[in-house]
Design a protein around this ligand. Structure first.
Ligand code: SOE
Length: 365
């Protein structure tokens, strides 16, 4: 492993919308934004100027081989993640790789092993874990406030692919992988459910649907939506719905847990709020003093000053860089969690093909 410098020198591979999000988070974490490489020399130069990054690199190899770079953020189409992460790990870099980590369980398994052998920090931005009220929900479950988990309802709904004319690299299997909606956002939903409950999906049954068989005159083989039935290791039952054709839902990751004592509801489009349901005395709580230590740690602004998506992303990157410096905070999503999401995605695809129940492994690394 390369000895990290202070401030960390960070390089970005990919300069689109998510590249901008990653770069803002890296700057907020006081890193040195040393370089970027995008899909062409022109786009690399433009991204360096637009994002305030010191240098545009001529190639991904140049950036990965630059010994002065400590951390590589991989923000490229899904099908390129494996090779880029493998190369960066091979050069002893710490890696932040966008989800889905890879497009197959085998590749994700190998990256987990290589990252462990390299002794580096390797994380995946399951950033919705970093909303303070998600941490409050997790703390309530862990403290037994919800009682025994009985059922889970989860959904992740968007509408940016609602029209047949909407298109994106994620739709194409060659760039996005064999699963689209579930790999792209179902991964967040499953990570959220397992993270908050501390439970694991033991088996699942899924059905997927592709509403438009063509987009931009290309045949579409990836799913627009997936409906998943889950049984948790605790015996709790759940239903998960993932769709990118849900009019009016922009980025609505939502879950409701029902325990024997209390229900908890969270809506990512209204992240400062939790609904606590009880037989008597249900209430909505907002981010406020007196929450769990984990929620308080992430409450970087006073109540009434809403924290949002970029704040959650900033907290994820700050915790990644803290881990590089030897300070590991609870709840940091690593390549292990990336592998878990890919494994669940492969299980969804297998079930959609066979119509059967698919058992999922307890732990994988
Ligand atoms: C597109 O569906 C997308 O940008 C996902 O790729 C992100 O992971 C999600 O956080 C928001 O929507």
């Amino acid at each position: 492993m390369v000895a990290a410098t202070v401030p960390l020198r960070v390089g970005f591979i990919g300069g689109g919308f998510m590249g901008a999000v990653h770069s803002r988070a890296a700057r907020a974490a006081r890193a040195s934004l040393a370089g970027i490489v995008s899909s062409s020399a022109e786009s690399s130069a433009a991204a360096a100027v637009a994002l305030g990054i010191d240098s545009a690199y001529a190639s991904t190899a140049d950036l990965i081989d630059d010994e002065s770079i400590d951390v590589v953020h991989i923000v490229t189409p899904n099908a390129t993640h494996f090779e880029l992460a493998l190369a960066a790990l091979g050069r002893g870099k710490h890696v932040v790789c966008e989800k889905p980590l890879t497009t197959s369980t085998a590749d994700a398994t190998r990256l987990v092993r290589v990252a462990a052998e390299a002794g580096v920090t390797a994380t995946v931005p399951f950033v919705y874990r970093f909303h303070p009220m998600v941490r409050e929900a997790r703390a309530r479950v862990a403290a037994g406030e919800t009682g025994t988990l009985v059922s889970i309802q989860g959904s992740y709904l968007q509408d940016w692919l609602l029209e047949a004319s909407d298109d994106n690299w994620r739709v194409a299997e060659a760039l996005g992988g064999p699963s689209r909606a579930f790999a792209d956002i179902g991964s967040h939903l499953c990570d959220m459910v397992e993270f908050v409950t501390g439970d694991r999906i033991a088996r699942l049954q899924a059905i997927t649907r592709t509403v438009f068989d063509e987009r931009s005159a290309r045949t579409v083989t990836t799913e627009d939506l997936a409906a998943v039935l889950v049984e948790m290791r605790s015996g709790a039952l759940g239903t998960l719905l993932v769709s990118q054709l849900a009019p009016g839902r922009k980025n609505r990751l939502h879950f409701e847990l029902n325990g024997t004592e209390e229900s908890i509801e969270f809506d990512q489009e209204n992240p400062e709020l939790l609904w606590l349901g009880r037989r008597t005395g249900s209430e909505s709580i907002t981010r406020q003093p007196g929450l769990s230590a984990d929620a308080q740690r992430l409450s970087v602004l006073p109540p009434g000053h809403p924290l949002g998506y970029q704040d959650a992303f900033n907290a994820f990157v700050a915790d990644t860089y803290a881990a590089i410096g030897g300070e590991l905070h609870d709840g940091l999503p690593t390549f292990d969690d990336g592998l878990r999401a890919v494994t669940l995605t492969d299980a969804v695809l297998e079930s959609a093909l066979t119509s059967g129940w698919i058992n999922t492994p307890e732990r994988q690394s």
